[in-house]
Design a protein around this ligand. Structure first.
Ligand code: ATP
Length: 328
C-alpha cells in the first residue's frame, strides 16, 4: 500500500479553526519527506468539484504555522451531498493524480469523507479541526484551545466593566450543539451561571441563582450562554430574566465569529503538527476511513464511523456540578 500512494490531496472544510494552517504545513512536509507529492484542494469539497487544486511543496507552507484561518480556504458545499457532485469531484481529483486524501474539518466533513471513500475506494484520513470539540475519539479538536483563550480574554475584560458598574452580563459563546466552550470558559472565567445546549436550565432556576448572587453582594454577575441553549440565545435569556428581575443593570455581549480567529495557541500548534504528521503516516501505512486524535498524550486512531457518534459525546458531570459550587 505504502508505494501505491503517489499524491496526497489535503483540504480544509466546514468551519475554519485556528491551527488548520499548522496542520496543513505538517501534512505537506511529512508527505514530501516521505517522497510523496502533495496537492492542496481549495475551498474544501467545492474545490474538488470545481477543480480548484494547486500543487504544493515545502515552501508553499512557509510562515503559516502561526496564522489563524486556513490558507486553503474552506466552504460548505451542497453539491458534494449528491452522487453526481461526488462523481465530478472524483473525476477531477483522479485527473490531478490524487490517490489519497487528508480531510481537516468537523463531523460534516467526515460524513462526506466517509461516503466518498466508500463510493470510490479512495483512502482518506480525517483530522478533527473544529472549535466545538465535539468529535468522539479525540480529547481535543484543533482550534478549541485557542477559542477558549479568546473567550476567557473577553470574559475577563467584560468582568472589569461589569464589576465597575455592578452589572449583570449575558455573554453568548459558540456551540450550537456542544457546550464545551461555554462550560470550560464559564469555569475559567468564574461565571455565576452557565447555560448549555446539553442541559436545560429554566429561567426561574436562573433567576434564583441571580437573586442569591445579589443577596451575597456580588459586584458583578456573568452568565455564559451557549448559542444552542434551549432558551434561545443570550438576548432572549436576558429579556426573559429582566421581565421578572430588575435588580441589576443587564447587558448582552455576543462574542460571535471573533472566537474562530486569531493565532493558534502553542497547544493547538503542537496538536496540529502531531495530527498532520500522524495522518500522513497512517495513510502511508495503508489505513483509511479513520480519524487521528489525541487521547491523554497519545495519538490514536478511531474509525470515521465511530468518530461521527459525536451525539453521544458527554460533558463532564463534575464540571457542571462544580459550577454551582464555585459560584457562591
Ligand atoms: P464544523 O463542525 O466547524 O461546522 P463541519 O465539517 O461539520 O465543520 P459542515 O458544513 O457540517 O462542517 O460539513 C462540511 C461539508 O461536508 C459540507 O459543506 C458538505 O460539503 C460535506 N458534507 C456534510 N455532510 C455530508 C453528507 N451527508 N454527504 C456528503 N457530504 C457531506
Amino acid at each position: 500500500m505504502e508505494n501505491s500512494i503517489k499524491r496526497i490531496g489535503v483540504f480544509t472544510s466546514g468551519g475554519d479553526a485556528p491551527g488548520m494552517n499548522a496542520c496543513i504545513r505538517a501534512v505537506v512536509r511529512t508527505a514530501i519527506y516521505e517522497g510523496k507529492k502533495v496537492s492542496g484542494i481549495l475551498h474544501g469539497y467545492q474545490g474538488m468539484i470545481d477543480k480548484n487544486i494547486i500543487a504544493m511543496d515545502s515552501r508553499s507552507v512557509s510562515n503559516i504555522l502561526q496564522l489563524g484561518g486556513t490558507i486553503l480556504k474552506t466552504a460548505r458545499c451542497l453539491d458534494f451531498r449528491t452522487t453526481e457532485g461526488r462523481l465530478k469531484a472524483y473525476n477531477n481529483i483522479k485527473e490531478e493524480g490524487i490517490d489519497a486524501l487528508v480531510a481537516i474539518g468537523g463531523d460534516g466533513t467526515f460524513t462526506g469523507a466517509e461516503v466518498f471513500s466508500r463510493e470510490f475506494d479512495i483512502p482518506v484520513v480525517g483530522i478533527p479541526g473544529t472549535i466545538d470539540n465535539d468529535l468522539y475519539g479525540s480529547d481535543f479538536t484543533l482550534g478549541y484551545d485557542t477559542a477558549n483563550n479568546t473567550v476567557i480574554d473577553a470574559i475577563d475584560k467584560i468582568r472589569d466593566t461589569a464589576a465597575s458598574h455592578d452589572r449583570l452580563f449575558f455573554i453568548e459563546v459558540m456551540g450550537r450543539d456542544s457546550g464545551c466552550i461555554a462550560l470550560n470558559c464559564g469555569i475559567a472565567g468564574g461565571a455565576e451561571a452557565i447555560l448549555l445546549p446539553e442541559k436545560e436550565t429554566g429561567i426561574d432556576e436562573l433567576i434564583q441563582k441571580l437573586e442569591s448572587a445579589a443577596k451575597d453582594k456580588k459586584s458583578s454577575t456573568i452568565v455564559i450562554v451557549a448559542e444552542g441553549d434551549k432558551n434561545g440565545g443570550a438576548y432572549n435569556v436576558a429579556k426573559r430574566v429582566q421581565e421578572k428581575f430588575d435588580f441589576y443593570d443587564a447587558k448582552v455581549t455576543i462574542l460571535g465569529h471573533l472566537q474562530r480567529g486569531g493565532s493558534p495557541s502553542s497547544f493547538d500548534r503542537v496538536l496540529a503538527s502531531r495530527l498532520g504528521f500522524a495522518a500522513v503516516k497512517n495513510l502511508l501505512r495503508g489505513q483509511t476511513r479513520i480519524m487521528v486524535g489525541l487521547r491523554g498524550n497519545d495519538i490514536v486512531t478511531t474509525s470515521l464511523e465511530e468518530a461521527l457518534r459525536s451525539k453521544e459525546f458527554k460533558l463532564a458531570e463534575d464540571m457542571i456540578e462544580m459550577t454551582n459550587v464555585l459560584a457562591i
